[in-house]
Design a protein around this ligand. Structure first.
Ligand SMILES: Nc1ncnc2c1ncn2[C@@H]1O[C@H](COP(=O)(O)OP(=O)(O)O)[C@@H](O)[C@H]1O
Ligand SMILES: [Mg+2]
Length: 424
C-alpha cells in the first residue's frame, strides 16, 4: 500500500523508519519530512498544518493510509477530513483529540471517570483564578487550556509566580484562544514517566514505558524544551505499576471516551507523575511522544504498520506486540540557544561515520538537504539512539556516537538516562 506520514520531526522520522520495513508498505511519503526521511521516503513539501493541501495530495496520489504525527492537525480534524475523502488514517478524530487539545475537558473527564489526577479548578476569569491561587498557596500549577506547543504550563514556586502566569494568559493573552480557560491544579511531587498505548476504540495494546527529559540543561535545569532525550523501557514502571496504569488509567480512559461518544483510535499517551508509587495523570496526548517514540519504536519487533491498521480497523485484539529484550537511549542534539533564540542553516558533519556504527540509529528532526549538504533547520536537530541489552552500555554507546557528530554551537545533555539507575 501507499503510506503517507504527516510531520517533519524526529518522531516522524522514527515512524517512517519502522513503517519502511513493513512488507505491507510499497511506497512511503513524508509530508513534509526532513533530510533524514529522504533516504527512505519521498518528501512532499506541504506543511503538516495544511489539512486541505494534504487531503488533496492524498487524493491525487491515491494514498491508501495516512499516519499523523503531530497534535495540531489532529486537533483540527485532519482524520475526519481524510475519512470524508475516503482515505484511511491513523489517529483520533477531532472529537477524540480533545483529550490533548483541551486540558479542562480532560480534567473534568478524569474526575468523571474516577481516574487519578491532581486536584484542580477550571477558570475563565482572572480574578477568580487569582483568588483560588491565593487560597491554595504555592507550589501550584497553572495551565492554559488549549494547545500551546509545550509552553502553556507554569509550575509556580510562589503565589506571585502563579499570578504572573495567570496575567500572561488572561490579560496579555499570550496563548490567544488557547488561554480562554485555565486549569489551576495541585502540585504533585514525584517522578514523571510516559506510558503509551495503541487503541482501536475498544481494545488497547500497551507499549513499553519511557521517560523524557524536558529541561534544556543537565540535572533538569533551565527552561523546558520539546524534550532533550528519552529512554525505554523505563524501569520506574515495574510490572505492578504497569498493570495498575493499564487498569486504573488507560482502560478507564478508552471506555470513558467511547461512553462520551468519542471513541479513541490511535496512540494515547499518558504523561504520568509517579508519587509514592501511585500513578497520576498529568496530561494525555493524542499521538506519539517526541522524543519517546525515537526510543520506543527501535525496540518494536512487530510490524508497526500492521498494528496501526489494526487500530484503524478495530482489530487490535488480534495483536500481540513483540519487543526486543534491550534498552534504547535517545539523546537529542539541539541548536545552541534553543529553546530561545538559535541560528539555522549550519552544516552538520560526521553523520556518515555514525550511520555505519552498530546499534546506533540517527533520526533527524530539524534538518534539511541543500545542494547535497545537510543543514540545521530547527531547534532540535538530531536524535542519536543507541540500543543494547545493558542499559549502561546503551547510554555509553549513544554518547560515544555523539562525539563523531559536529555542527557549530551544537548542544546536548550529558545525563540522559541517569534517572534509570536507581531502579535497575
Ligand atoms: N500537577 C503537577 N504537578 C507537578 N508538575 C506538573 C504538574 N502538571 C504539570 N507538571 C509539569 O509540567 C510539565 C508540563 O505539563 P503538561 O501537563 O504535561 O503540559 P504540556 O506538555 O501540554 O506542556 C509536566 O511535564 C510536568 O513536569
Ligand atoms: Mg507534557
Amino acid at each position: 500500500m501507499k503510506v503517507a506520514i504527516v510531520g517533519g520531526g524526529g518522531r516522524e522520522h522514527a515512524i517512517a523508519h519502522s513503517i519502511s520495513k513493513s512488507p505491507l508498505c510499497k511506497k512511503l511519503y513524508c509530508i513534509p519530512g526532513n533530510a533524514g526521511s529522504l533516504s527512505i521516503a519521498e518528501n512532499i513539501p506541504i506543511s503538516a498544518e495544511d489539512i486541505n493541501g494534504i487531503v488533496e495530495f492524498c487524493k491525487e496520489e491515491t494514498i491508501d493510509y495516512v499516519v499523523i504525527g503531530p497534535e495540531n492537525p489532529l486537533a483540527e480534524g485532519i482524520v475526519d477530513e481524510l475519512n470524508k475523502a475516503g482515505i484511511k488514517a491513523f489517529g483520533p478524530t477531532k472529537k477524540a483529540a480533545r483529550i490533548e487539545a483541551s486540558k479542562s475537558f480532560t480534567k473534568n473527564f478524569l474526575k468523571k471517570y474516577n481516574i487519578p489526577t491532581a486536584e484542580y479548578e477550571v477558570f475563565e476569569d482572572f480574578n477568580k483564578a487569582k483568588e483560588y491561587v491565593v487560597k491554595k498557596g504555592a507550589p501550584i500549577v497553572v495551565k492554559a487550556d488549549g494547545l500551546a506547543a509545550g509552553k502553556g504550563v507554569t509550575v509556580a514556586k510562589s503565589t506571585e509566580e502563579a499570578i504572573k502566569a495567570l496575567e500572561e494568559i488572561f490579560i496579555n493573552k499570550r496563548f490567544g484562544d488557547a488561554g480562554k480557560r485555565v486549569v489551576v491544579e495541585e502540585f504533585l511531587e514525584g517522578e514523571e514517566a510516559s506510558f503509551l498505548i495503541f487503541s482501536d476504540g475498544d481494545n488497547i495494546v500497551p507499549m513499553i514505558a519511557a521517560q523524557d527529559h524536558k529541561p534544556v540543561f543537565d540535572n533538569d535545569e533551565g527552561p523546558n524544551t520539546g524534550g532533550m532525550g528519552a529512554y525505554a523501557p523505563a524501569p520506574i514502571i515495574n510490572d505492578t505499576l504497569k498493570e495498575r496504569i493499564i487498569n486504573e488509567i488507560m482502560l478507564k480512559a478508552i471506555n470513558g471516551l467511547k461512553n462520551e461518544g468519542a471513541p479513541y483510535k490511535g496512540v494515547l499517551y499518558a504523561g504520568l507523575m509517579i508519587k509514592d508509587n501511585n500513578p497520576y495523570v498529568l496530561e494525555f496526548n493524542c499521538r506519539f511522544g517526541d522524543p519517546e517514540t525515537q526510543a520506543i519504536l527501535p525496540l518494536l519487533e512487530s510490524d508497526l504498520l500492521e498494528v496501526m491498521l489494526a487500530s484503524t480497523e478495530g482489530t487490535l485484539n488480534s495483536i500481540n506486540l513483540k519487543w526486543k529484550d534491550s534498552y534504547a537511549v535517545c539523546v537529542v542534539i539541539s541548536s545552541g540557544g534553543y529553546p530561545l533564540k538559535y541560528e539555522k542553516n549550519i552544516p552538520i558533519e560526521g553523520l556518515t561515520e555514525v550511520q555505519n556504527l552498530d546499534d546506533i540509529i540517527i533520526f533527524h528532526a530539524g534538518t534539511k538537504m541543500q545542494n547535497g549538504k545537510i543543514l540545521t533547520s530547527g531547534g532540535r536537530v538530531l536524535n542519536v539512539v543507541a540500543i543494547d541489552k545493558e542499559f549502561k552500555k546503551a547510554q555509553q554507546k549513544a554518547y560515544e556516537a555523539i562525539k563523531l557528530i559536529h555542527f557549530d554551537k551544537m548542544h546536548y545533555r550529558k545525563d540522559i538516562g541517569n534517572k534509570a539507575y536507581k531502579y535497575l
